[in-house]
Ligand binder design. Structure first.
Ligand SMILES: *Cc1c(COP(=O)(O)O)cnc(C)c1O
Length: 415
């Protein structure tokens, strides 16, 4: 008899974006002529950089020749990309890593979800709350999170980040956590962490022999020169942290699929007997068994973002989105809404007015202004009372959405 992994049955059925789509579709069925603008799901909209497209053409052409054809590549990725990453994303910040510490992936979602496989099932995990749902759900699937009660998993330490604490999570009190997920700049709040605050986490991890899984998917959006782009800017982090990167938000690769994970040689975890096991070797072993590499064409595409033209072009697109973020912050604040994020990240995190709950505000905005946002509670219990807006739209559609929200907030009928 084939038995099911019952942990999958514990997963909460509602996948946030499926729930939103259902509600938006119901609205569209009732209002077929309505022009709905989505500032909801976190996907990019602007086309790939010309340098990237050119690199993909060239790589595709090579693959069509006897001499240039490539089959399976190295599971960890091609050295041309790993070296470009070290030279451009780390060396300028004084971080010296070896190519063997870089693992090319097919996007950060897979690796942020899979990395927990290397860890004993009863490690105690901590997450800042609200958070990208992949971290918790991937741990639920292996049975690490306990039961779901009152909107929370019983074996997860939630570390609230809200307006009340300035979106600065406190270090866990009481039972220490073994594994900590941090995501900065943060999805969904759009807030960042300073070096002194990040240093507290590194010191916590070193002191408690904990592992930090650091998601830096939005580091390219950082404007403030004081904000760290990588946890390895903090001394000691290479002993206790693994870092995930993605080209999805950096260069519009959500459909191309490529990113990378840094697993330093020094980072290790313990057996019950106290033997130290380096995670670099373990992750390599895992990848060689379960992953056959990211496509050559995607890796050449990623390499192209580090060329002089590529750098300029992806910067222009990021600037374009950040212009949206700036306009959103200005206009929403002018209405009187309390907004956070949006300065070093493409997300605006807005407190709902008059103590409305996230879903009520979502529906009111959809029906009143025909604009879609994301209910904050979908990212965790501390997201209740907030909604997220993304800056990934076009300037025109974003401006139109802001006009509508402004008119709607004044009680005007839009249609
Ligand atoms: C978008 C996103 C990623 C990247 O996902 P990909 O699989 O690389 O497309 C990773 N982490 C967070 C928090 C994200 O929002």
């Amino acid at each position: 008899m084939a038995l099911v992994n019952i942990h999958f049955l514990n997963l909460q059925n509602n996948y946030l974006f499926a729930d939103i789509a259902k509600k938006v579709n119901a609205f569209k069925v009732m209002h077929p002529k309505a022009d709905v603008i989505s500032l909801g799901i976190g996907d990019v909209t602007q086309p790939l950089a010309p340098a990237v497209v050119e690199a993909m053409h060239k790589a595709a052409h090579e693959m069509g020749t006897l001499k240039g054809f490539r089959g399976y590549g190295p599971e960890q990725g091609y050295d041309f990309l790993r070296e470009a990453i070290l030279k451009n994303d780390f060396l300028p910040r004084g971080i010296h890593l070896d190519v063997s510490e870089v693992f090319i992936n097919d996007g950060a979602k897979s690796d942020t979800g899979n990395f927990q496989e290397l860890l004993h099932w009863d490690n105690f995990i901590g997450v800042t709350d609200p958070i990208y749902p992949v971290y918790i759900d991937s741990n639920v699937m292996i049975g690490r999170c306990g039961n779901f009660r009152d909107g929370r998993w019983t074996n997860v330490r939630y570390l609230p980040t809200t307006a009340e604490n300035g979106f600065i999570p406190e270090l866990p009190k009481g039972r220490p956590v073994d594994v900590i997920y941090l995501c900065y700049p943060n999805n969904p709040t759009g807030t960042v962490i300073t070096k002194p605050e990040l240093r507290k986490w590194v010191n916590y991890a070193l002191k408690n022999d904990a592992l930090i899984l650091y998601d830096a998917a939005y580091q390219a959006y950082i404007r403030d020169p004081e904000i760290p782009h990588s946890i390895y800017e903090i001394r000691g982090a290479r002993k206790c942290a693994v870092e995930f990167h993605s080209f999805s938000k950096t260069a519009g690769f959500t459909g191309v699929r490529c990113g990378y994970t840094i697993v330093p040689k020094e980072v290790s975890v313990s057996t019950f007997e106290g033997e130290r096991i380096p995670l670099n070797q373990l992750w390599l072993r895992r990848q060689c068994t379960k992953f056959n590499g990211t496509s050559y064409i995607s890796q050449r595409a990623a390499e192209a973002i580090y060329s002089p033209e590529g750098k300029q072009q992806i910067k222009a697109t990021i600037d374009y989105y950040m212009e949206n973020a700036h306009r959103m912050l200005t206009r929403l604040r002018a209405i009187g809404y309390e907004c956070y994020g949006g300065e070093n990240a493409p997300y605006i995190w807005m407190r709902t007015p008059d103590g409305m709950d996230s879903w009520s505000f979502f529906e009111a905005l959809l029906y009143g202004a025909n604009v879609v946002c994301t209910p904050g509670v979908g990212f965790g219990p501390s997201g209740e009372g907030y909604v997220r807006f993304t800056a990934f739209g076009s300037h025109e559609r974003t401006a139109e959405a802001l006009d509508r929200i402004t008119r709607w907030s004044k009680g005007e009928q839009l249609v």
